[in-house]
Design a protein around this ligand. Structure first.
Ligand SMILES: Nc1ncnc2c1ncn2[C@@H]1O[C@H](COP(=O)(O)OP(=O)(O)OP(=O)(O)O)[C@@H](O)[C@H]1O
Length: 274
């Protein structure tokens, strides 16, 4: 056995994303409130962390802080051990991309798909011609026909638009992708298709992901680790299977108690319920 085969691989060991004691305050003056309270977690490279918690617990605030929309009041965000760089309040596109929740409002209806993707590829020039091949490749990655690139968003179904949103997020070849409730606007069959696409992309592109969802059946299907937010505090963090089997925090147990078997997914470790 060679020495290199046994040497630890620091790249594999280091988390892609590290959030350290992150506190975020929103609002001004007397209305200011701490929405995230000293939150810490790592996401190892190539894995998916699911973030769950009831409405108002701070999930979207965390996502928006990671893309640079909100500034931390204290704490640190590290990508590959370096502080997350933001430009004019936005995280660098090549570092972090977010897939939006609503595929209907996230595209400019006056632009063709190719124009929107060209802008994602090169925000300054946004010219389609030099990037047609890359646009075709992106559409192929999300199983859409590259010949549809000159169509407008309204010519696509909700599920197809969510595929377009995923293609747009992948355009700058981000190292880290945030999916914030990306299936909540879709019917159950389309939800399953999008989740399977995401799982496939994750494998093929070795994506590191933060997957925000209130749907614990989905979370169980897609994530390696799970984190639970309660009023801005991270109350649970652990491997998804172990956490679902034996949660540490009573709030997690309460959330899990309300999850019935889900007929949408055929999980490897359990028979599908119908
Ligand atoms: N710009 C803001 N100024 C002040 N408070 C805000 C602002 N944005 C969000 N909040 C508050 O922060 C809290 C957390 O909101 P956030 O949207 O992060 O929760 P969430 O867990 O994503 O909820 P949901 O599941 O409903 O999307 C809420 O009480 C919300 O009212």
């Amino acid at each position: 056995m060679s020495a290199t085969a046994t040497a630890p691989d620091p790249q594999a060991a280091a988390p892609l994303l590290r959030v350290e004691d992150l506190t975020v305050e929103l609002g001004n003056g007397a209305a200011a409130r701490r929405v995230l309270k000293g939150v810490s977690f790592d996401i190892p490279r190539g894995t998916t962390l699911a973030l769950v918690g009831e409405s108002g617990s701070g999930k979207t605030t965390l996502a928006r802080t990671l893309v640079g929309v909100h500034r931390p009041s204290s704490g640190r965000i590290l990508v590959d051990d370096a502080p997350l760089r933001t430009s004019r309040g936005r995280a660098g596109a090549a570092t972090v991309q977010m897939i939006p929740q609503d595929p209907y409002s996230s595209f400019d209806p006056r632009r063709t798909v190719a124009q929107s993707l060209a802008e994602a590829l090169d925000p300054i020039r946004a010219r389609v011609k030099p990037v047609r091949t890359r646009i075709a490749e992106l559409l192929g990655q999300v199983s859409l026909d590259p010949d549809t690139m000159d169509r407008y968003p309204h010519e696509f179904s909700g599920g197809q638009r969510q595929r377009l949103a995923i293609a747009r997020a992948l355009a700058p070849r981000p190292r880290f992708v945030i999916a914030d409730e990306i299936t909540s606007a879709l019917d159950l069959t389309t939800q399953a298709e999008i989740l399977n696409l995401l799982a496939d992309l994750r494998r093929r592109l070795s994506l590191t992901m933060l997957f925000i969802s209130h749907d614990l059946a989905v979370v169980r299907h897609v994530s390696d680790t799970v984190a639970v937010l309660l009023h801005g505090d991270l109350v649970e963090l652990g491997p998804t299977g172990a956490t679902f089997a034996a949660p540490n925090h009573p709030y997690t147990a309460q959330l899990l108690a309300s999850v019935p078997g889900d007929p949408r997914f055929h999980l490897d470790d359990e028979p599908a319920t119908v």
